[in-house]
Design a protein around this ligand. Structure first.
Ligand SMILES: NC(=O)C1=CN([C@@H]2O[C@H](COP(=O)(O)OP(=O)(O)OC[C@H]3O[C@@H](n4cnc5c(N)ncnc54)[C@H](OP(=O)(O)O)[C@@H]3O)[C@@H](O)[C@H]2O)[C@H](O)CC1
Ligand SMILES: [K+]
Length: 526
């Protein structure tokens, strides 16, 4: 499913109206009807209050009110903002309401009590105050109204985006509507997925409003939200007549004397994700402990220096490199003086996909230019702190513009960037960004990153062995990691361990194969 910026959505609207010939009022009618469908599905009885602003978001609200009144629902409508500021389509909708004989209350300072009473009595409040046209902190009277919404007993449905959330950056105003459900139109906007705004969205429903498929090519849409429907087709096949060689051979370089758990987590996750063979290289001083914890990988005792990978030991790798379909480096590695050179030799040698995680990213950040010496594709999996070190800024700055940092880094260095977070981003060397929404707070624990690295290695090994491109493999691993986390969180969001995620990779893969009735499927170009 494509995700768009506010400007892209505006351009697509204009194209649909001017070039395709669908009048703006038809788009608005479709938007309103789509919201009514969701209201009827969730709240088939009870009083409704529609709060409408002066722009087209308010216009949508008036359409919603009209259709609900046509169904004889108990609806109170309030319109806010100065009369002279009303958009043309909002004015049209007001006239239509009058022609239908339906009352619309116009907000004035004196209406405070009446609005408050209506809000208190409502089963559902429709927030059609401001949508994608919002700029900056909310001006009066909106803060007052939103303050009242905080204590309302009913639920809130936001039209397009909750009032107060910036639809591009996800910034939230001091007063922001906390929605239970947000119904957006045609395509989700970036602000639906970026923190803190994403926390105000509730369930997200994307509804078709007659935007034509042609708009996708016309505006070169390329950024996407990962969906089950799309990824299901990408899952590597498991054929009856096959053997372990069919599903690829992954090499993971991980661990140090002090960190013996990370290699185990990564290797188990890789094998559970389905690769045929996995070789786990660990420094020889860590080998006895690691080997006592896991049976399935092939082990490789790497010469050690002070309990971590010894420098100057690459000849061994050079001799064996051709047997691997993917290489992952990083979990539990630790950092050391000269480590950047150690990594540089590997980057120079490996011509299959190379995943760099954790301390491999920290070693890399000492001298990023080694990325230009790469022979194959590189996948970096930073969390915001590691991304900050790579970009020379703080994690806070990264979080302020996750999409921008991930996209430009991936393009500048021609690598894939998997920027971890509640909604993990995947940025590609050619400038696309994918967003994954399957994350859960259960994953906010040490070791889950090691699991993701293993899953990436396991999935990419299969893709490479089957001569497929790695982009979908990266998407699948990230998506399934989140689903496995979600399955764990059904038991306990607090108590989930990284190992539990591994145990649920199987159920996660299985769930991908089950068709869902996800509401975020009703959009063009899926
Ligand atoms: N394809 C679609 O997605 C369709 C979407 N529709 C709906 O249209 C809105 C966008 O409508 P627009 O008229 O562009 O903008 P809004 O209604 O969101 O808001 C404009 C008014 O809000 C005022 N405003 C802006 N910022 C603030 C603020 N911080 N405080 C108070 N008031 C604010 C603004 O006033 P200005 O003085 O700033 O100009 C405007 O009065 C979209 O979200 C969808 O819901 C279409 O209906 C169908 C197609
Ligand atoms: K809104």
């Amino acid at each position: 499913m494509y995700v768009v910026s506010t400007q892209q959505m505006r351009d697509i609207d204009r194209f649909t109206i001017e070039q395709i010939g669908i009048p703006s009022l038809v788009l608005m009618e479709n938007a309103g009807v789509a919201v009514v469908r969701e209201i009827e599905k969730r709240w088939s009885t009870g009083a409704v209050v529609v709060l409408a602003g002066p722009g087209n978001n308010g216009g949508d609200g008036l359409v919603i009110a009209r259709h609900l009144l046509n169904k004889r629902r108990d609806v109170k409508v309030w319109i806010f903002g100065e009369e002279k500021k009303r958009s043309d389509d909002c004015k049209r909708q007001l006239e239509i309401m009058q022609n239908c004989g339906y009352a619309v209350n116009v907000w004035t300072q004196k209406s405070e009590e009446a609005v408050q009473t209506d809000i208190k009595q409502a089963t559902v409040i429709v927030d059609a105050l401001l949508g994608t046209g919002t700029k900056g902190e909310l001006r009066p009277p909106y803060p007052f109204i939103l303050e009242k919404l905080k204590d309302c007993p009913g639920e809130v449905l936001a039209v397009d985006i909750p009032t107060g959330v910036n639809s591009d950056t996800g910034e939230a105003a001091q007063y922001t509507v906390q929605a239970n459900v947000t119904v957006t139109f045609a395509f989700p906007k970036w602000g639906h997925f970026l923190y803190p705004g994403a926390d105000y969205i509730g369930e997200l429903v994307v509804s078709d409003i007659s935007i034509p498929l042609r708009a996708i090519d016309e505006f070169l849409l390329r950024d996407m939200v990962l969906t089950k429907e799309q990824l299901r087709k990408e899952l590597p096949e498991r054929r009856a007549f096959s053997h372990k060689g069919t599903y690829g051979h992954a090499l993971i370089l991980a661990g140090s004397k002090e960190m013996t758990g990370a290699p185990v987590l990564s290797a188990s996750a890789g094998l559970r994700t389905g690769c045929g063979l996995l070789t786990l290289a660990v420094p020889e001083s860590a080998f006895p402990i690691v080997a006592s914890k896991i049976n399935e990988p092939v082990f490789w005792e790497w010469p050690a220096e002070e309990g971590r990978f010894a420098c100057g030991s690459h000849t061994l790798l050079r001799q064996r490199i051709a047997s691997f379909d993917v290489v992952a480096i990083g979990p539990g590695l630790s950092t050391w003086k000269g480590g950047n050179n150690w990594l540089r030799e590997i980057i120079n040698m490996v011509d299959v996909p190379l995943i760099l995680d954790a301390d491999a990213l920290n070693l890399l950040s000492e001298n990023l230019s080694i990325l230009h010496e790469k022979k194959g594709q590189i996948v970096l999996t930073p969390h915001p702190g590691e991304m900050g070190r790579l970009c020379g800024c703080s994690a806070v700055e990264i979080e302020r513009d996750r999409v921008g940092y991930a996209r430009s880094f991936a393009q500048d260095y021609e690598v894939y960037v998997v920027l971890k977070g509640t909604y993990t981003l995947i940025a590609t060397p050619n400038g696309k960004v994918f967003i994954n929404t399957t994350g859960t707070a259960a994953l906010a624990k040490g070791g889950t990153g090691d699991v993701l690295t293993g899953m990436l290695a396991g999935m990419l090994a299969q893709k490479v062995a089957q001569d497929e491109t790695i982009e979908a493999g990266i998407q699948l691993a990230v998506y399934l990691h989140g689903i496995a986390g979600r399955i764990c969180s059904e038991k306990s969001i607090h108590a989930t361990l990284a190992g539990d995620i591994i145990d649920n990779i199987g159920p996660a893969i299985k769930s991908l194969l089950v068709a869902s009735s996800s509401p975020v499927t009703d959009f063009p170009g899926n």
